[in-house]
Design a protein around this ligand. Structure first.
Ligand code: ARG
Length: 315
């Protein structure tokens, strides 16, 4: 693993002007850069959800310990909350993919381009084809890294809400080789972050750049140089650094849509009140059934609308 991954800068002045990159190609093919006029998300019901294997430390000890009815009730709570903020589309769940409800890990989307995941673990690979088909049918241009390069979508890659920077992690799931591919797709500056704690195996478990210039993060999940990158991008009064106790309750696994934040209701966490102090409207939902498999709010939702549309609704 390359431990010295820095910031990948891409020279092209604007993706609209370049015919070399995927977004440029998408616009040449007539694929509209913005397909939605409201914040729009994709979800996948937990109809077949269960902890059936162990591919992250959270799943150990939880094999077949999740309850599907409770999971469905919790997922419905998230679906309903999100529907109050934007539109939600659905992808049909599949019996042989018990983790498919964690749809955020299947792709990363912006400007009509969908960087498709290539899962590290064979257990999740069967999910790939279904999401690819849905996204192609919906008119997105698929952008797939070379065979053998692991990438896990929004699990490990997040745009800054302004869209000028792409934060991408490398660690247990996503290969650093995917970072250049993403930089080329969107002609965006990529900041590579290295994950060092197996409990925080995806970037969405320990980092959330928020609309309005704040960042929610757990410092213990990163190596020193990654931490420096985060801290040089955000001044101290814009950093909401959370404790380990809060991080293991998925305090960073938050959905952000403009001024709204949705996250798991964790007992005695200071995260919701700190977010409210910073001006966000916070919805706390019970999502404990999904924590048994290592995921929470953010992991259950894939953003489809462009960033500008997604965050526009905010007051
Ligand atoms: N069991 C899923 C996996 O290991 C859960 C993913 C939840 N991920 C997350 N980023 N919180 O892939």
């Amino acid at each position: 693993m390359n431990r010295n991954m820095g910031t990948i800068k891409v020279a092209s002045p604007s993706f609209q002007e370049s015919s070399q990159n995927a977004v440029g190609r998408a616009s040449m093919m007539g694929i509209p850069s913005t397909q939605f006029s409201r914040p729009t998300f994709l979800m996948c019901s937990p109809e077949w959800y269960e902890v059936r294997y162990v591919i992250n430390p959270w799943m150990a000890g939880n094999i077949r310990r999740s309850n599907r009815d409770t999971a469905f009730e919790q997922w419905k709570g998230l679906y309903t909350t999100l529907k109050d903020i934007g539109d939600v589309r659905l992808l049909q769940s599949r019996p042989n993919s018990p983790d498919m409800t964690f749809i955020a890990h299947g792709a990363l989307i912006n400007y009509g381009l969908a960087a498709l995941s290539s899962f590290t673990n064979p257990e999740r690979k069967p999910e790939e084809v279904h999401l690819r088909r849905w996204l192609e049918d919906a008119g997105f241009l698929p952008w797939q890294a070379r065979h053998g390069i692991s990438f896990e979508g929004e699990g490990d890659a997040m745009f800054s809400p302004e869209g000028d920077r792409l934060w991408v992690a490398h660690g247990p799931r996503t290969s650093p080789l995917s970072h250049q591919h993403l930089a080329r797709g969107w002609q965006v500056e990529v900041s590579s972050l290295r994950l060092v704690d197996p409990r925080f195996f995806h970037l969405d478990t320990c980092f959330a750049p928020l609309h309005g210039g704040y960042v929610l993060y757990f410092p213990g999940a990163f190596d020193t140089s990654s931490l420096q990158k985060i801290e040089s991008a955000y001044p101290p009064d814009r950093r909401i650094a959370i404790s380990e106790a809060e991080a293991v309750q998925f305090g960073c696994n938050a959905i952000n849509v403009g001024a709204d934040v949705i996250l798991h209701a964790a007992p005695s966490s200071s995260v919701p009140s700190r977010l409210r102090d910073a001006g966000y409207r916070v919805a706390e939902l019970q999502l404990g059934e999904f924590i048994k498999a290592g995921g929470s709010a953010k992991s259950l939702v894939l953003r489809l609308s462009d960033l500008a549309v997604t965050h526009r609704a905010c007051p």
